[in-house]
Design a protein around this ligand. Structure first.
Ligand code: PGA
Length: 256
């Protein structure tokens, strides 16, 4: 199946009170989404239920969780499980974000266990992959990222739906530099070769209104995964609007 959908999503990371989460979700709940736009929002665990309630189960906006344990239950103090985030209203599970890989011992093996846990409970996995600046400087960007994808998808049937996000570590956050469209194209092409052409690959890392158009125009990219630029609802909607607009005509097109 060819994926025509454009995914526009945000993780709020460790931001927002319940009141802030509810206010944001209410703005999204009142929106008519353009055909082909698939919005998703990933609140902190504390706000999943609130956001899911406002956005209603089965609504246009998918609600996700930023992480969950690979075991269904047990003595894992401080963790939440996939059945618990599902119970709270999550339908998507973000796995392997570079902040979790860097600070919380999220190994490729654990990423794979979490992918299987998500699939076991019917959640859509969103697997984040990306190389560090050192790995890129050493010419190892493609090898690093394709190894992460291979490990994440080990034992997953080729026809099973999984989303991927290419998020170079050096592009993320306030000190990040957004990747160029050429860099994104090369890595996303390599990811698709390993993951299979039917699996959508999103880009994330300092996405903003300034660079979103060029990234969305890459035929290899199926959407954007956004942090700071979508932490207020207006920013999210501006990016979704932009994604819904057709690409401008290239010079030499019918209107030149
Ligand atoms: P950023 O975060 O857009 O704030 O750089 C992106 C991400 O971590 O997915």
């Amino acid at each position: 199946m060819t994926e025509q959908t454009t995914w526009i999503g945000t993780s709020w990371k460790m931001t927002k009170t319940l009141a802030e989460a509810r206010a944001y979700a209410r703005v999204l709940a009142g929106c008519d989404w353009a055909p082909g736009i698939r919005p998703f929002v990933i609140p902190p665990a504390t706000a999943i239920a609130t956001v899911a309630e406002v956005l209603s189960p089965g609504g246009a906006v998918l609600v996700g969780a930023q992480d969950a344990h690979w075991e269904d239950e047990g003595a894992w103090t401080g963790e939440v499980s996939v059945p618990q985030v599902k119970d709270a209203g999550a339908r998507l599970l973000e796995i392997g974000h570079s902040e979790r890989r860097a600070h919380f011992a999220e190994t490729d093996e654990r990423v794979n266990l979490k992918v299987h846990a998500a699939l076991r409970h019917g959640l859509l996995p969103l697997v984040c992959v990306g190389e560090t600046a050192q790995q890129r400087a050493a010419g190892a960007a493609l090898d690093t990222v394709t190894a992460q994808v291979r490990a994440a998808l080990a034992g997953v049937p080729a026809t099973t739906r999984v989303l991927l996000a290419y998020e170079p570590v050096w592009a993320i956050g306030e000190h990040g530099t957004p990747a160029t469209p050429e860099q994104v194209r090369d890595v996303v092409t390599a990811i698709a070769r390993v993951a299979g052409p039917a699996r959508p690959v999103l880009y994330g890392g300092s996405v903003s209104l300034d660079n979103a158009r060029d990234l969305l125009d890459l035929p290899q990219v199926s959407g954007l995964f956004v942090g700071r630029a979508a932490w207020d609802a207006g920013g999210f909607l501006a990016l979704a609007d932009l994604a819904a607009q057709p690409a401008p005509q290239a010079p030499g097109g019918p209107y030149s």
